[in-house]
Ligand binder design. Structure first.
Ligand code: NAD
Ligand code: TYD
Length: 376
């Protein structure tokens, strides 16, 4: 652990965000700008998961700069650092969907490992030339996942910062690799980095390949709700704005070289999540011809290597930095369903074109089963 702990005090220098056009990144950028915390430069390649429309409301702001580009492009990253002289890099850019990492792991290794390596090298070169308060305040915040810790049995204690890494999917392995690189760059080169490992997020702007927005989108159209295996896998859900606030807290007060676990303390089985979503849709769309939506559930062939349970112990972040999740799962999920209902145009835009190919690729090979037991 290192003692440099000046925090990012200078509110006028920009931050460089990577992957800011994705789900968490765009929520973070909107939240940051709304809080008046200073300019943001957003470097995003705009893969299928990146959507500049998420940031339409800040596009014209003098505090917002968008750069379309790849984090693997070292010259570009170096140029952006020299040009904008950010006080922090907040690194979201990644390939993030487990099912895609199973059908095509290459992009995960490239962006999540090589991309993080490229950023670390450029950040190191930039940091080494900083002096005074610019140097003391600089931070590299690496946004990672609880999936690096592997899977839990029903009675296992929740993941804490010292839980050994045991990634099971190509996605988790690539994120674990990136975490190890960040750790090494702190330890060996003195880069003032901090890692956060967060549980499953949900909320506005999440691409409908992930469980919650996929189920909402399918239910609205009367399509089957594909529950993998027996639906008893457990995830620990966190409303995305609570995650964004945790990241701000860590940037302001987190200790360099430390890891902070972020989680909502909302463990739910996938089936419970789908049931709650269906009940909310029954209530909020009383005229729907697909009520009761729960009848759309279809058990389908499980995901290979499917992790059974994730749970986060966030006591370090809560005790040391005073962060607390503000949304309960019930309030957060209601807000989320309301957002998707009010933004059906956004859903239509992102689910046209290439999305349909993904749905065909991921779901057409999965057999539908009459019961959860048969789908196991
Ligand atoms: P996302 O897939 O919605 O967005 C990823 C963004 O990164 C997209 O805008 C995409 O265009 C961009 N991107 C991808 N490759 C790039 C490259 N080579 N160069 C530049 N930009 C690139 O992901 P998300 O759900 O917002 O997750 C953001 C980060 O948070 C990821 O690092 C992920 O591992 C982590 N995380 C996500 C969750 C979750 O539940 N979604 C939970 C914990 C941690
Ligand atoms: P997902 O949103 O892909 O996040 P992660 O795999 O990173 O946890 O999936 C959340 C859970 O929902 C996971 O246990 C897999 C399950 N799931 C389904 O049952 N059906 C689906 O169609 C999807 C996308 C996920």
């Amino acid at each position: 652990m290192r003692s440099n702990n000046a925090g990012i005090a200078d509110n006028h220098a920009p931050i460089l965000v990577t992957g800011g056009a994705g789900f968490i990144g765009s929520n973070f950028v909107l939240d940051w700008l709304a809080a008046g915390l200073g300019p943001v430069v957003n470097l995003d390649k705009l893969t299928y998961a990146g959507n500049p429309a998420n940031l339409a409301s800040v596009e014209a702001s003098p505090d917002y700069t968008f750069v379309q580009g790849d984090i693997c492009d070292r010259a570009l990253v170096a140029r952006l650092l020299q040009q904008h002289r950010p006080r922090a890099i907040v690194h979201f850019a990644a390939e993030s969907h487990v099912d895609r990492s199973i059908s095509g792991p290459d992009a995960f290794l490239r962006t999540n490992i090589d991309g993080t390596f490229t950023l670390l090298q450029a950040a190191r070169e930039y940091y080494d030339a900083l002096t005074g308060s610019e140097r003391d305040g600089f931070r590299f915040l690496h946004v990672s996942t609880d999936e690096v810790y592997g899977t839990l049995a029903p009675d296992d204690p929740a993941f804490h910062e010292d839980t050994p890494y045991a990634p099971n999917s190509p996605y988790a392995a690539s994120k674990a690799s990136s975490d190890h690189l960040v750790r090494a760059w702190v330890h060996t080169f003195g880069l003032p980095a901090i890692i956060t490992n967060c549980s499953n997020n949900y909320g506005p702007y999440q691409f409908p390949e992930k469980l919650i927005p996929l189920m909402i989108a399918n239910a609205r159209q009367g399509k089957p709700l594909p529950v993998y295996g027996d639906g008893q896998q457990v995830r620990d859900w966190l409303y995305v704005i609570d995650h964004c606030r945790a990241l701000r807290t860590v940037l302001e007060r987190g200790r360099v070289g430390e890891t902070y676990n972020v989680g909502g303390g909302n463990q739910r089985s996938n089936l419970e999540v789908v049931r709650t979503l269906c009940a909310l849709l029954d209530e909020l769309v009383p005229q729907s011809k697909f009520r009761p939506h729960i009848e759309l559930v279809q058990y389908v062939t499980d995901r290979p290597g499917h992790d059974r349970r994730y749970a986060i112990d966030a006591r370090k972040l809560e005790g040391e930095l005073g962060w607390r999740a503000q949304e309960s799962f019930e309030t957060g999920l209601r807000k989320t369903v309301e957002w998707y209902l009010a933004n059906s145009g956004w859903v239509e835009n992102v689910t046209s074109g290439a999305y349909q190919q993904w749905v065909a690729q991921n779901y057409s090979g999965r057999k539908a089963h009459a019961t959860a037991e048969a789908a196991r």
